[in-house]
Design a protein around this ligand. Structure first.
Ligand code: AMP
Ligand code: MG
Length: 501
């Protein structure tokens, strides 16, 4: 018998029926593949020839069910902008199943934009092409920039129009890969139902799948909470270090596995300012750049609350001791976050370690960026260029000289930084390597992503695919690609982003 082209091994579908609804994707009239991620397909053990065939395309478009796939819409709840919504769920997405990848890691395969489900509420379950392209570009770029994230396996045009405020737009479907799609909101759903058995089943599944070391702990669920918390601290530190603004940090958009999910109204900051917000639906600036660490902690508090029934120890008469224990873990979030963020900043500045005095050094740098309205990405990359000059000429990476020069106001700071480098334990070569990988030069800047989407709506997919190719090597500057590294001009500025789905 021919092996399955996608070697499905579905574990979430083996959980009780109240975890999901079995649902087939809605067929689409004329699918065409815009981009298929061959390298990722290979990692997942998917038959590439099949994936690129008509049959593979039909599966990516939702027109056929691959052997072994069991499509489901999963249920979850969540706090959206601080307000609890007891019933969300996959309203425009379907989990096709899971595979165990070449590294032995279990991965979800999901279609996004594949039609209505019982959780669609008023929505059509579809997506215009724009958000599909956006998620493909940004999630893959995040991966290349070493941020834990869901991945994009394929972007497909459906050949039908979907209707939004702007009128009809060409539709699209994204095939998304995640270590799992289990969210803080998934835990909240069963907690709010008062279904402790389901809650336990879910958390046991999460432990087994993502944090097997917690099984050996005397208090496995508390260990699980601590593991999720440190994962989030690490994740948000990585976002901050790249100027990434998620835009909708609702609890249904926070995965327990610690990967970034849902590239809706997200954007990268250009001029540094902690108050930066792009999302058109974030009127209050709840999810502004500088608020992201505190919001992550708020979301973790919601998770702790939802997990409480299972945190109560045998023989404890009430929840009070459990609340105190979990509060202690929660209170450690700032410490974990700051230590992760300091490591990232040390990498960006080329330091072997980040002491309290070094913290002042990067804070002062950020203050200067803010006062001088400097581009976050290019300013840090310029520091790499300066450090790089200490290397013999044949070992230097190409500098971005023509793109960015520090204003005079930076002179005293640059001197302090040079002084600090002279006291550091690393040699010039180590430092350049460290800084290079921490300071990307090619980013999915908002205006570039918007240009790719506009061109796609005009039928030209090359802007999307070319940009994706550039973003595959975010740390390698090439002068002929300089326009991809530049901040938006006045006319190109993107001031607001939309969920768009
Ligand atoms: P988000 O935070 O944007 O991921 O979406 C929040 C909720 O709205 C989720 O339950 C989604 O499945 C649902 N949703 C968003 N867009 C649509 C749509 N076009 N059709 C149906 N449900 C949707
Ligand atoms: Mg979501």
């Amino acid at each position: 018998m021919r092996p399955q082209p996608i070697p499905f091994d579905n574990s979430y579908q083996r959980l009780p029926e109240q975890f999901y609804h079995r649902q087939s994707p809605a067929p689409v009239p004329a699918p065409s593949a815009l981009l298929v991620n061959d390298a990722l397909a290979q990692q997942l053990g998917i038959d590439l020839d099949w994936l690129q065939s008509e049959e593979g395309l039909a599966v990516l478009a939702g027109n056929a069910i691959a052997p072994g796939s069991q499509a489901i819409a999963t249920v979850y709840a969540g706090h959206q902008f601080g307000h609890y919504n007891p019933q969300l769920g996959d309203g425009r997405a379907l989990l096709l199943g899971e595979v165990v990848d070449r590294h032995g890691q279990r991965r979800d395969i999901q279609l996004k934009g594949s039609g209505r489900t019982p959780y669609s509420r008023g929505g059509d379950g579809k997506s215009p092409l724009g958000p599909v392209i956006r998620e493909y570009l940004i999630s893959e770029a995040m991966h290349r920039m070493r941020v834990p994230t869901t991945r994009a396996l394929a972007a497909v045009a459906s050949g039908e129009q979907v209707f939004r405020e702007q009128g009809g737009l060409p539709g699209g479907i994204l095939c998304r890969i995640a270590s799992s799609h289990i969210r803080v909101g998934t835990v909240q759903y069963f907690a709010a139902q008062g279904d402790h058995e389901a809650l336990k089943t879910l958390l046991d599944h999460v432990v087994q799948r993502h944090f097997p070391h917690c099984r050996d702990s005397a208090a496995p669920y508390e260990a699980l909470f601590a593991a999720v918390l440190t994962g989030q601290a690490e994740l948000i530190a990585r976002w901050q270090a790249l100027g990434f603004i998620h835009g909708v940090m609702n609890t249904d958009n926070m995965l327990l596995c610690g990967e970034t999910i849902d590239y809706g109204p997200c954007a990268f900051m250009e001029d540094y300012h902690p108050g930066t917000v792009f999302s058109s639906i974030d009127q209050q600036g709840r999810y502004a750049y500088g608020n992201q660490p505190a919001i992550a902690q708020w979301n973790l508090l919601q998770l702790a609350q939802a997990m409480l029934p299972l945190l109560q120890g045998d023989g404890e008469a009430d929840l009070k001791p459990a609340v105190e224990r979990v509060q202690t873990v929660l209170n450690q979030f700032p410490e974990h976050y700051i230590s992760a963020y300091r490591r990232r900043m040390a990498d960006k500045l080329g330091l072997d370690d980040c002491s309290d005095a070094d913290e002042q050094l990067y804070r002062d740098f950020l203050d200067l960026l803010q006062e001088q309205h400097c581009d976050f990405t290019l300013s840090f990359r310029k520091l790499y260029d300066l450090a790089n000059q200490a290397l013999p000429i044949n070992q230097r990476g190409e500098a971005i000289d023509s793109l960015f020069e520090f204003p005079d106001a930076f002179a005293p700071w640059l001197q302090r930084w040079q002084q600090r480098l002279s006291e550091d334990n690393q040699n010039a070569e180590q430092r350049a390597a460290q800084m290079r990988q921490a300071n990307p030069v090619f980013m999915p800047r908002n205006h570039l992503v918007e240009a790719a989407i506009s061109a796609a709506y005009q039928g030209d997919m090359s802007v999307f695919t070319d940009l994706n190719t550039v973003l595959e090597t975010p740390f390698d500057y090439r002068q002929q690609l300089a326009h991809y590294a530049s901040p938006a001009s006045e006319e190109e500025q993107v001031r607001a982003t939309f969920c768009g789905t």
